[in-house]
Ligand binder design. Structure first.
Ligand code: ADP
Ligand code: MG
Length: 256
């Protein structure tokens, strides 16, 4: 698979009146088309900073990011960003929430709206179009947030601890569900999580960051033998404990 983004020696510090906080140091890795990359690391190490840099919201202080589209052009991939909470607006209906991005970007074309309708059907939300977000379950809200993101036809989805507001059991179901839908849609994904089991169950590769300033401590490709398509299949895979322990060791030895 071609590499759509290549981070080279990325460094970043926050500057304030009280001094400098170095968040990232010499971070290099590639992201392949269609790949699911999970980034794990201790709290406050610089994960969200790194995602903001990949999103193009922050410019790196050191290093560069090379874009390389499948069509050979050097255009930066279109980014979709999903945050910790679903950020649906209670004063808008579900439909007016999922079309919000299109509305803001002035892209409510018949084709895009037809795509939204298709996704609402496919994700079982069509009959909830006129409801308010509070009338949806946690999983349905995340699906609505995903439709809003996919409506803008991103190539690369960036998820910053997107399931951390959900209770544990809902989280198992919803994380597997959302990632299955993102795979179905053929997207590339970078997900930040502090949940090692979630990282192993969802990702093709896990990047382990050190404490601040974050450097890449390890990159671990994940290959699981899946019995079925259930949310728990990955966690029941025979290789699961091996990867989990490997990540645990990388996270807990802070000598690298
Ligand atoms: P993570 O997402 O891994 O928890 P962040 O990327 O949010 O970590 O933050 C990394 C470090 O940078 C933390 O020590 C945090 O306090 C600091 N930081 C984050 N945002 C800012 C900011 N806007 N100004 C100053 N320091 C910041
Ligand atoms: Mg963060």
């Amino acid at each position: 698979m071609p590499t759509i983004l290549e981070l080279k020696n990325i460094g970043y510090s926050y500057h304030s009146l009280h001094g400098e906080t170095q968040a990232l140091r010499d971070i290099s890795f590639g992201i392949e088309e269609g790949e699911f990359v999970a980034i794990v690391g201790p709290s406050g190490c610089g994960k969200s900073t790194l995602l903001s840099i990949i999103a193009g919201l922050l410019a790196p202080e050191q290093g560069t990011i090379l874009a390389n589209n499948p069509d050979g052009s050097l255009r930066y991939p279109r980014i979709g960003y999903m945050l910790q909470r679903d950020h649906l607006f209670e004063w808008r209906s579900v439909y007016r929430n999922v079309t919000l991005g299109l509305e803001i970007q002035n892209k409510k074309t018949p084709e895009r709206l037809a795509q939204v309708d298709r996704l609402l059907q496919e994700y079982g939300l069509a009959s909830f179009k006129d409801k308010r977000p509070s009338e949806l379950s946690g999983g349905m809200k995340q699906r609505a947030a995903l439709i809003r993101t996919l409506a803008l036809e991103p190539q690369l989805l960036l998820l910053d601890e997107p399931f951390s507001a959900l209770d544990y059991q809902t989280r198992l179901m919803v994380s597997a569900d959302i990632c299955r839908l993102i795979r179905q849609a053929g997207k590339t994904m970078v997900i930040i999580t502090h949940d090692l089991a979630e990282a192993v169950s969802l990702a093709d590769r896990v990047i382990v960051l050190s404490g601040r300033p974050a450097v890449v401590k390890a990159q671990i490709p994940i290959r699981l033998t899946l019995e079925d398509n259930s949310a728990l299949a990955a966690r029941n895979a025979p290789e699961f404990p091996f990867y989990f322990n490997k990540l645990w060791e990388e996270m807990t030895n802070e000598t690298a």
